[in-house]
Design a protein around this ligand. Sequence first.
Ligand SMILES: CC(=O)CC(=O)SCCNC(=O)CCNC(=O)[C@H](O)C(C)(C)COP(=O)(O)OP(=O)(O)OC[C@H]1O[C@@H](n2cnc3c(N)ncnc32)[C@H](O)[C@@H]1OP(=O)(O)O
Ligand SMILES: NC(=O)C1=CN([C@@H]2O[C@H](COP(=O)(O)OP(=O)(O)OC[C@H]3O[C@@H](n4cnc5c(N)ncnc54)[C@H](OP(=O)(O)O)[C@@H]3O)[C@@H](O)[C@H]2O)C=CC1
Length: 297
Amino acid sequence: MSVDNLPEINTIGVIGAGQMGNGIAHVCALAGYDVYLTDINEEALSKALNTIDGNLARQAARNVISEEDHVAALKRIKTASNYDFLDKVDLVIEAATENEQVKRKIFAEVCPKLNPEAIVATNTSSISVTRLASTTDRPERFIGMHFMNPVPLMKLVELIRGIATEERTFQAIRELTVRLGKTPTPAEDFPAFIVNRILLPMINEAVYTLYEGVGTVEAIDTAMKLGANHPMGPLELADFIGLDVCLAVMQVLYDGLADSKYRPCPLLVKYVEAGWLGKKVQRGFYDYRGEVPVPTR
Ligand SMILES: CC(=O)CC(=O)SCCNC(=O)CCNC(=O)[C@H](O)C(C)(C)COP(=O)(O)OP(=O)(O)OC[C@H]1O[C@@H](n2cnc3c(N)ncnc32)[C@H](O)[C@@H]1OP(=O)(O)O
Ligand SMILES: NC(=O)C1=CN([C@@H]2O[C@H](COP(=O)(O)OP(=O)(O)OC[C@H]3O[C@@H](n4cnc5c(N)ncnc54)[C@H](OP(=O)(O)O)[C@@H]3O)[C@@H](O)[C@H]2O)C=CC1
């Protein structure tokens, strides 16, 4: 459906400066948008800017972008430790922790400070967009915009309409996605959408395979890399995504679809309870503290 006079998007606020937030800020700034990046954790903000700088430098060194693009993109990103910038943005992309209560609290604080026309997008991996939208003052201008990790490299963005999402909101975010150099794919608003409905049960099954002693960490990852041509083994990928995110998605699938086939593996639960959340904390199915990753089982 074509919709005239789509809302103009020039300035974007990104909430949550973890691995996804920094990737989203990176691609938005590189595409010419002004970006405000915020997080409850000030340390996360400086770490995110360093990561973005490093990733842009790597792209420039490999001639994917020019050095001028690198410098200009970095200049377009402002970090903020409060929400004073919100009246300046046309779009907020929420990329905070995968926890419904955290996200609801963010929307409750953010929405009253936004321009009434501003769009709110969530990068949630699994949570109902309709339910999140219903907690805001703008379900018509609320949408799921699910980027893939690592954001600067992955081409896909799943777009998820909530039940009330207006067509012009969908089309504006679709157009933005294309301007970011990504391919949008619509997904219906059911638990974990498309990619994670398929990918996360595969990862959970890999953890069961480890739990039941069918293979070691190394054997399972080697088997799937060489036997199924996956770029990363499932346990390496779980560490890369974050084991907390993997568990949260499995829990949403298990609760939302009420089917025991989505039961999170107890070993995945144990790793999360230990705080061994994967690469971002240097330990998960591999220990990353040395020169090369060492399997932890
Ligand atoms: C959980 C959810 O809600 C949804 C999800 O995101 S699920 C996760 C989806 N993502 C995946 O499945 C990723 C699977 N892995 C891969 O595709 C690949 O391993 C990979 C693309 C991440 C890395 O590829 P690789 O060839 O092994 O790595 P490497 O050779 O080091 O890097 C390839 C390029 O990526 C760049 N790169 C690697 N990691 C990067 C990162 N985190 N950020 C930015 N750039 C990165 C490198 O600079 C390199 O660039 P050039 O090709 O220009 O040299
Ligand atoms: N990891 C992945 O591969 C993918 C993740 N996603 C989704 O993206 C979102 C972010 O995930 P990811 O980047 O991996 O997670 P991270 O844990 O790397 O980052 C989340 C960041 O959000 C911060 N945060 C927590 N509460 C608030 C708040 N109230 N206001 C602002 N910031 C807050 C966290 O701070 P602190 O650490 O101090 O709590 C942390 O810095 C999740 O919804 C996730 O499901 C989507 C696609 C892929």
